[in-house]
Design a binder for this molecule. Structure first.
Ligand SMILES: Cc1cc2nc3c(=O)[nH]c(=O)nc-3n(C[C@H](O)[C@H](O)[C@H](O)COP(=O)(O)OP(=O)(O)OC[C@H]3O[C@@H](n4cnc5c(N)ncnc54)[C@H](O)[C@@H]3O)c2cc1C
Length: 414
């Protein structure tokens, strides 16, 4: 078994989280290695980004390679329910910052990131799976890697950033998993090459079609003519459907008055994938010698597309704090990492919970709209969930409920 020389940081996983962490650490001149279980390009879900993540790609020098791909521009999002349309436009949001991002086939997006990093000289090894990790008391580690032929090797590192997504390497190996506080929800999704895509905004805008109070359909058109479709709802709802995955999603499509016709008869480019009980949480976000980022740390729900943005936010912060510590400066991980990350997670968590209680939907679909409230919620949907000047961030816990109660009272009195 070979043992590689001691590096500063080993990054597990080459998704957006691992790539942003790697880019920052490489820019700081640290010795790093990324190990990735799969060969790229590979399919992964998480195709609608939020403007906030553009800050991260820009800061680490990964934005230009992405711009060159001409992905579908996402400048807002559409929500539909019972004939009411609620459009959010990111250029009309409370918080300053990016007002557009992309809708991306992740296989293409992620391989663009890894190609660019390799061009910059970052050492990324594919088909290398982390199977075990041993930590010494000082936090340094020996990580066992298995290649595609089953050969084992060891990497010694001062730090590990676990960006392994749903692989959740360190939560599994160190028993850090914790049940999510969110109700059990599941999803089924696939891609179609559209033959009936309408021209103009109808054919390009990302849409969340609420088909029953707690079941919704996403429609995410890409610039290559392919569209991602997926249903999300309580696990027991999805389990009611029988047959093959293609039969299940076709049957569910009958619930959508907006989309049934557009997708009727369209071939699924791969058998629909089902992910059950996708919400994940952990007991701690860091430990001596390691941090957890992205889905390896926490995953809430697809409804507000926060996954990739949370992955890049946590990755960049992890990388910065590790650099600081390696430079001999003290880091208060609880305050500088956990508290900051949890702040954003709590805001999104409120919006996810209130989406499924129906309170947020009341606000989205109430007419007439309140432009000020809409601007503030729009900033949350753009991923700017740390801006305390936004009342819908600062008072997220009570404001959504309060506004929904006022709407209820107005409706009763009208
Ligand atoms: C149904 C559903 C819909 C979603 N929709 C959206 C959306 O629209 N927008 C959004 O932002 N997010 C969405 N997400 C979340 C999104 O998928 C993730 O948040 C995002 O991909 C996280 O990025 P990451 O870099 O942490 O992990 P990933 O992108 O999953 O990358 C992790 C990498 O680690 C590798 N890996 C795993 N185990 C090992 C190992 N043992 N050794 C080495 N490498 C390993 C994997 O092969 C993978 O390449 C959705 C999630 C679900 C479940």
């Amino acid at each position: 078994m070979t043992t590689s020389k001691n590096i500063d940081v080993l990054i597990i996983g080459a998704g957006p989280s691992g790539c942003v962490a790697a880019a920052h650490l490489h820019n700081q001149g640290l010795s790093i290695k990324v190990v990735e279980k799969n060969n790229f390009p590979r399919f992964v879900i998480g195709e609608s980004l939020l403007p906030r993540c553009m800050d991260h790609f820009e800061e680490v020098g990964l934005l230009d390679c992405l711009k060159a791909q001409n992905f579908e521009v996402k400048s807002g999002a559409r929500f539909l329910k019972n004939g009411v349309v609620c459009d959010f436009d990111f250029s009309k949001k409370h918080t300053p910052g990016w007002d557009w991002t992309w809708q991306v086939p992740r296989a293409d997006f992620d391989v663009t990131l890894t190609n660019e990093l390799q061009k910059k000289g970052v050492n990324i090894e594919f088909e290398q799976e982390v199977v075990a990790v041993d930590f010494a008391e000082d936090g340094s580690s020996k990580t066992t890697i298995k290649d595609s032929e089953g050969n084992l090797s060891i990497i010694e590192a001062k730090y590990i950033i676990d960006s392994s997504g749903f692989g959740r390497v360190l939560p599994r190996l160190l028993d850090l998993d914790k049940p999510s506080a969110l109700p059990k929800h599941s999803s089924i999704f696939t891609h179609v090459k559209e033959t009936k895509r309408p021209k103009g905004v109808e054919g390009t805008i990302i849409t969340f079609d609420v088909v029953t109070d707690d079941v919704w359909l996403w429609v995410i058109p890409f610039s290559n003519g392919v569209t991602s479709i997926g249903f999300v709802g309580p696990t027991e709802f999805l389990e009611k459907y029988t047959g093959s995955p293609s039969e299940k999603i076709t049957k569910m499509m009958e619930l959508s008055t907006y989309y049934q016709e557009r997708f009727e008869g369209e071939a699924h480019l791969f058998p629909p994938v089902e992910i059950k009980n996708y919400s994940k949480s952990v007991k701690q976000l860091y430990g001596k010698g390691f941090t957890l980022t992205g889905n390896s740390a926490e995953f809430l729900d697809p409804v507000f597309s926060s996954g990739v943005t949370f992955a890049t936010e946590s990755a960049l912060l992890s990388a910065k704090l590790i650099t600081k510590e390696l430079n001999g400066e003290p880091v208060d991980w609880e305050v500088e990492y956990t508290d900051y990350i949890k702040e954003g997670v709590h805001v999104f968590s409120t919006y996810v919970k209130e989406w499924y209680t129906g309170n947020l939907q009341k606000i989205f679909f109430h007419r007439p709209e309140n432009p000020e409230i809409k601007k503030q919620i729009c900033a949350v949907l753009a991923g700017y969930v740390w801006d305390k000047s936004n009342p819908f961030v600062k008072n997220h816990n009570r404001l959504v409920k309060t506004v929904a109660t006022v709407i209820d009272m107005e409706t009763k009195n009208s």
